[in-house]
Write a protein that binds this ligand. Structure first.
Ligand code: FEO
Length: 403
């Protein structure tokens, strides 16, 4: 069902209750594909939805208007979850004008035959009058794709922000205050951190400069409508501040212990490490990779100022799940985090060493040396692990990154 967010502006998207694997990123809450229909003199659609939800979107539009009457289609972002039903919309409204960035145009040409489409390339500062409104376009390259842009509607003080400020949440609630009322602020904050960590972590500097540009342009923003999750009608300033904080790398005074294990030797080290950390007054979350997706581990990594990566040794290297995590993490270009390693080995060792080799390729503060136990920790090893946890927690308390 369409939902009105401003007078004459409607959410016409789809809710994906069942998705748990979003291109390899675990989405335990599902997601939504938000797009928006503006009922003005020129009916204008902003973004579309994932191809498998095209009928949901079309039904929502039909409740408001014959889709053939759509005059303009704004394509803020061409990733598959937003643009793969563009072809279906253009079949229903073949004379519609498409507004898209230069890179977006090149991109969608790889998905659709656009030779007969009325394509208008736009850039920051360009506007489109659709009757009583003047849509303004703001390019946001690498937030988070090269083609990305946002659409601002000054008459409604509304920013349609594509992926920016989104969360992977499937819910009955379309608005931030409704979601907090039905669930909790903590649940929403967790979804924000999860999304930022897994999608936007590499782009902190770009986020800061783009938000500074928005401030300079003096855009009066009363509502932010992203392409996933809740619409920020009550707390738009909070999500902007959250993004500024995350772009600065701010994190909780806590440690994420992220590990896997073969015969529980490495696992047995987690408890004294954890105890040492919390005895120093620092929070601690423990994530076993065998039981959690990489994206969950990355979320916990991102929320904590420090991390300890635990691995058994397998064939002189780290365990494959740990390697997978670190490869993923390296691509996310983490900064402002302090990271150490621990683990167990049976023969010649090498697991912890290979973790440090991978950490050395990242811009994190590496805490060395790590701590290892032969086969499985004895009581002496447990005491050493406890002390290691305490020492690491002390370092985390002193560590302030480049905030
Ligand atoms: Fe939600 Fe970058 O797509």
């Amino acid at each position: 069902m369409a939902v009105e967010l401003k007078n004459g502006i409607y959410w016409v998207g789809a809710i994906d209750w069942s998705i748990r694997d979003f291109h390899g990123y675990e989405t335990p809450r599902g997601t939504s594909y938000n797009n928006y229909l503006i009922m003005d003199e020129q009916v204008t659609l902003v973004d579309t939805v994932k191809h498998s939800f095209v009928s949901d979107m079309v039904r929502n539009i039909k409740r408001l208007v014959d889709p053939a009457k759509i005059k303009n289609v704004i394509v803020n972002h061409i990733e598959n979850d937003h643009a793969t039903s563009l072809g279906a919309i253009m079949q229903l409204a073949p004379d519609a004008n498409v507004y898209i960035t230069e890179k977006g145009k090149k991109g969608i040409a790889r998905f659709f035959d656009i030779s007969k489409w009325n394509i208008n390339v736009v850039k920051t500062g360009d506007t489109l009058n659709i009757g009583s409104r003047n849509l303004a376009f703001l390019e946001t390259p690498m937030l988070h794709w090269p083609d990305s842009m946002m659409t601002y509607i000054p008459e409604d003080k509304l920013l349609i922000s594509q992926d920016g400020f989104g969360q992977h949440i499937a819910s009955a609630e379309r608005f931030d205050d409704e979601y907090i009322h039905a669930h909790s602020q903590a649940e929403l904050d967790d979804a924000i951190a999860d999304y930022y960590a897994n999608i936007l972590m590499p782009f902190g500097q770009i986020i800061k400069s783009k938000l500074a540009e928005v401030r300079k342009l003096g855009l009066d923003i009363e509502m932010i409508a992203p392409d996933h999750g809740v619409i920020w009608r009550k707390f738009p300033q909070k999500i902007v501040q959250d993004y500024l904080d995350m772009a600065d790398g701010k994190a909780d005074l806590s440690v994420a212990i992220i590990y896997d294990t073969m015969w529980q030797g490495t696992e047995m080290m987690t408890v004294p490490l954890m105890q040492g950390i919390i005895d120093e007054g620092v929070g601690c979350r423990v994530v076993k990779l065998r039981a959690n997706a990489r994206s969950i581990a990355v979320k916990e990594f991102w929320k904590a100022r420090g991390a300890l990566i635990g691995t058994p040794t397998l064939n002189n290297l780290m365990f494959p799940t740990v390697a997978s995590l670190l490869t993923y993490l390296r691509g996310l270009k983490p900064k402002n985090r302090i990271v150490g390693a621990f683990g167990s080995y049976g023969w010649g060792g090498g697991g912890v060493k290979s973790v440090y080799e991978e950490l050395g390729k990242m811009a994190v503060e590496v805490y060395e040396p790590g701590i290892e136990a032969h086969y499985r920790p004895d009581l002496d090893d447990e005491t050493k692990a406890y002390e290691y946890g305490r020492d690491f927690a002390k370092k985390v308390k002193e560590y302030h990154g480049q905030f």
